[in-house]
Design a protein around this ligand. Structure first.
Ligand code: NAP
Length: 280
């Protein structure tokens, strides 16, 4: 397999270096800005390609590691070229391989291969990629081959359907981006209580860290504590009365979710009154 990268950003550099470290045959990089491709080629000890045509000719497998919004444009350019028998991949969590429209005209196969991982550093993130979980979706012809490729790196890979890509990517947003939003709400409430921003985050840190560690170690059900789980109606009423309308709405929606977890944790406890209260 001769692997070429179009897009020498964070993911292109990190995946390329990671592949090289596992003795995969990375041939090199093309990028919009030649400087980026030259730098990535030096970083991975591979070649710099000055145009898309030459990297396509030299590769049998191409990773389009460009921003999501550029994948279709790059593909539209590529699909007007003459080539066949290539594997074309992108790394978007949200887009599916359907973006590679009419790929079968080229007797080629399209995949989305998504590392479920925050890749923030062009030069260093590759060192942590062994901990990444990958999802894979695309044409059935080389699906097995691509699974084997990822497993050969020592990573876990799960095949998902193209219809579920948006749903799948929403899951990632819930556990990562929304955690950031929830933390900010917590900080803002602490600031209203007289804390400055730094002290607010510092004071909440043990709760945040311990909670995440518990969830990862023992799952959501066993990690749940707090007034919903304890069925403490008075405390919940006091919370709701102290919050702004937007915070109340969020509190109620999230408490409904907590309620279904609490029922799993305490199947013999009757939560009906709380359910009615949140509904109202
Ligand atoms: N970063 C993450 O945590 C992460 C995790 C999983 C998946 N992904 C996915 O990986 C893909 C790449 O993301 P990224 O974080 O690596 O983005 P990035 O750091 O912005 O890198 C994208 C690179 O693509 C190049 N590029 C842009 N338009 C191009 C074009 N038309 N032709 C050729 N090259 C072009 C740019 O290169 P120049 O420097 O040459 O302008 C840029 O360096 C996206 O699909 C993203 O959703 C990202």
């Amino acid at each position: 397999m001769k692997i070429g990268f179009i897009g020498a950003g964070k993911v292109g550099c990190s995946l390329g270096k990671y592949f090289c470290e596992h003795n995969l045959d990375v041939i090199g990089y093309y990028s919009k800005n030649p400087e980026s491709a030259i730098h990535a080629a030096e970083f991975t000890d591979t070649m710099y390609f000055k145009d898309i045509e030459s990297i396509i000719e030299a590769s049998d497998t191409l990773f389009l590691t460009v921003p999501d919004g550029a994948i279709k444009d790059v593909w539209d350019y590529i699909q007007n070229l003459s080539f066949k028998n290539k594997i074309i991949c992108h790394c978007s969590g949200s887009l599916s391989s359907a973006v590679f429209s009419k790929i079968d005209i080229h007797q080629s196969y399209g995949y989305s291969i998504h590392p479920l991982f925050a890749i923030s550093d062009k030069l260093n993130s590759y060192k942590n990629l062994s901990g990444a979980f990958f999802t894979l979706e695309g044409s059935k012809e080389c699906l097995q081959k691509m699974q084997t490729l990822i497993r050969s790196l020592g990573n876990t890979v799960q095949v998902i359907s193209s219809e579920n890509k948006h749903l799948y990517h929403s899951a990632a947003v819930f556990v990562s981006n929304f955690m950031v939003a929830l933390t900010q709400i917590g900080i803002d409430l602490m600031v209203k209580c007289g804390f400055d921003e730094n002290d607010a985050l510092l004071s909440l840190k043990p709760l945040i860290v311990e909670n995440i560690q518990n969830i990862v170690k023992q799952g959501t059900v066993e990690s749940l504590t707090g007034p919903v789980e304890r069925y403490d109606l008075e405390t919940i009423t006091n919370h709701l009365n102290s919050l702004s309308e937007k915070e109340r709405q969020l509190y109620i929606l999230l408490s409904e979710e907590l309620l279904s977890i609490a029922k799993k944790k305490n199947p013999d406890r009757n939560y009906d009154e709380l359910k009615i209260m949140l509904g109202e």
